[in-house]
Design a protein around this ligand. Structure first.
Ligand SMILES: [Zn+2]
Length: 492
């Protein structure tokens, strides 16, 4: 995710120093993949239990659920833009990890009918927790097919007492994009990045509207009853629930084949002409940016690429939706902004392909994506990453609240704090200087390739750095990631 205000500060920093440079990208140590550790499952003779109402995230105790592992979502929604009403029919394929007498899904829209393995189930919905009691217990290791019918008005469901709905209506449609919360406003799920799954997303909308989502376009527009059309999308690589998105509206769709797969970008008809021009000038560089990033981080992890720019003035951020980021139009209101494209595309490796274990690991997403922007600047006539780190260090005196947020453990309220981004990128620069360029870039590549399609924690990453470099980085990690004070000097 990238907040718009952060970008303005970064753009100013880039303007301050323009220095040509030669960038030593480092070599490519091969790295051993860690042995996968299968969870120890209870025996099927154990008495059935109620699955936990949270998956165990320290910051968001109700996020996700216990007792099962989701493997595939088939999300089917019918959307009426005039009423902002969704009617949903979603099938979740999962496997039980306990003997379950009851389990939860996360869903904010009211559910009406639930079946488990084709048998009607009892349901009880409290807040964002949908408790499901199957007709018979589901045994550990058994497949579960859960079908949920639901309907409601997502924009009418606030996120909290002081927070509006994350569902964004537009002049002629809507955009479902958010972090960490958005899934529960349009489909039921095990809503946590540690349980990734494949997705098929089908949306039926009034004829003439376009629907953009993740991955491959399987079909659309296809007739779907009087006055309606259907669009079908598929993401075949494991995806975190918050990265699934849908954008509904009138869009100009640009597509072309690239070496990375089908490039498909969509620009809302409602964008002002100069904004639309700047958006295209930025997002259309996506294949070039992926050339740049894959040269540093290793192969692009997905089979499609692109971007979406809705006409949604209230969308004040960009999000790294898997294979196809969504950009708030504000990034382009004073001209092109390739840096935000670099940020969201870097997340395809760091955040999307390798996802956080818990939300407390958010530095692995935002520090890395911000550092990728610094690398882009360095390669394109801007300050070096070392200079960006030094400038940001100088910009924040010791009494600045900025230093109170340790990016390696920011706390729930500061998960998306600017320090996670900027100090987080400084931390990477500090690690780079501690272990050398070759070890540093080899560590990033090892992280991206060894854990592709999976998850990792901050400690896992530090272990990768130690393994690849053979160097102890405990002190630099403590200084830059975990101490809530300004380090004595910029990375050196
Ligand atoms: Zn980000």
């Amino acid at each position: 995710m990238r907040n718009r205000l952060l970008l303005i500060g970064l753009a100013l920093a880039v303007l301050l120093v323009v220095i040509a440079l030669v960038m030593p990208w480092g070599g490519t140590h091969s790295a051993q993949a860690p042995a996968s550790s299968a969870p120890t499952l209870p025996p099927s003779s154990a008495p059935p239990v109620m699955g936990a109402e949270g998956i165990g995230d320290p910051y968001f105790p109700l996020a996700g659920n216990g007792g099962y592992d989701a493997t595939a979502y088939d999300v089917q929604v019918r959307y009426d833009p005039a009423a902002d009403r969704i009617e949903g029919h979603t099938t979740i394929t999962a496997q039980a990890t306990e003997n379950l007498s009851r389990f939860n899904l996360d869903l904010r829209l009211p559910a009406s009918v639930v079946t488990v393995n084709n048998q009607p189930a009892q349901l009880h919905q409290v807040g964002g927790e949908l408790q499901i009691t199957p007709a018979a217990p589901v045994l550990v290791g058994s497949p579960m097919t859960v079908v949920v019918d639901y309907a409601g008005v997502p924009s009418a469901i606030p996120e909290g007492p002081d927070d509006p709905s994350p569902w964004v209506r537009t002049a002629d449609g809507a955009v479902a994009v958010g972090e960490p919360d958005i899934a529960a406003w349009w489909y039921p799920s095990n809503d946590h990045p540690s349980d990734k799954a494949t997705f098929t997303i089908t949306a039926t909308v009034p004829a003439g509207l376009q629907v953009i989502s993740n991955g491959a376009l399987l079909g659309g527009p296809e007739p779907a009853g009087p006055g309606m059309e259907q669009w079908r999308w598929q993401e075949s690589e494991p995806m975190a629930t918050y990265l699934a998105f849908v954008a509904i509206g009138h869009y100009d769709i640009v597509r072309r084949d690239t070496r990375y797969g089908l490039y498909l970008a969509a620009y809302d008809h409602g964008l002002a002409p100069q904004v639309a021009g700047a958006a295209r000038a930025s997002v259309e560089q996506t294949p070039d940016v992926i050339d740049f990033l894959s040269g540093i981080f290793g192969p692009y992890p997905f089979h499609q690429l692109g971007g979406v720019v809705p006409d949604a003035p209230n969308l004040h951020f960009a999000l790294e939706n898997q294979s196809r980021p969504v950009y708030g139009e504000g990034f382009f209101d004073v001209g092109p902004d390739v840096s935000v494209v670099v940020h969201e595309l870097a997340h395809q490796w760091f955040g999307d392909s390798v996802s956080v274990r818990h939300w407390s690991d958010i530095w692995l997403n935002e520090g890395f994506a911000t550092y990728a922007q610094w690398l882009w600047d360095e390669r394109h006539g801007g300050p070096s990453a070392k200079q960006s780190a030094a400038m940001n260090y100088a910009d924040h005196p010791a009494d600045d609240e900025f230093w109170r947020v340790p990016p390696g453990a920011p706390g729930k309220a500061a998960v998306l704090d600017r320090a996670v981004y900027t100090r987080g990128a400084m931390a990477l620069q500090a690690i780079r200087m501690a272990i050398g360029d070759q070890n540093f870039f080899a560590s990033l590549r090892a992280w991206a390739t060894d854990r592709a399609g999976r998850n990792g924690s901050v400690q896992d990453f530090l272990a990768t750095v130690k393994r690849v470099s053979g160097k102890n980085v405990d002190e630099v990690a403590q200084t830059w990631l975990f101490a809530p004070v300004r380090p004595a000097a910029p990375p050196s």
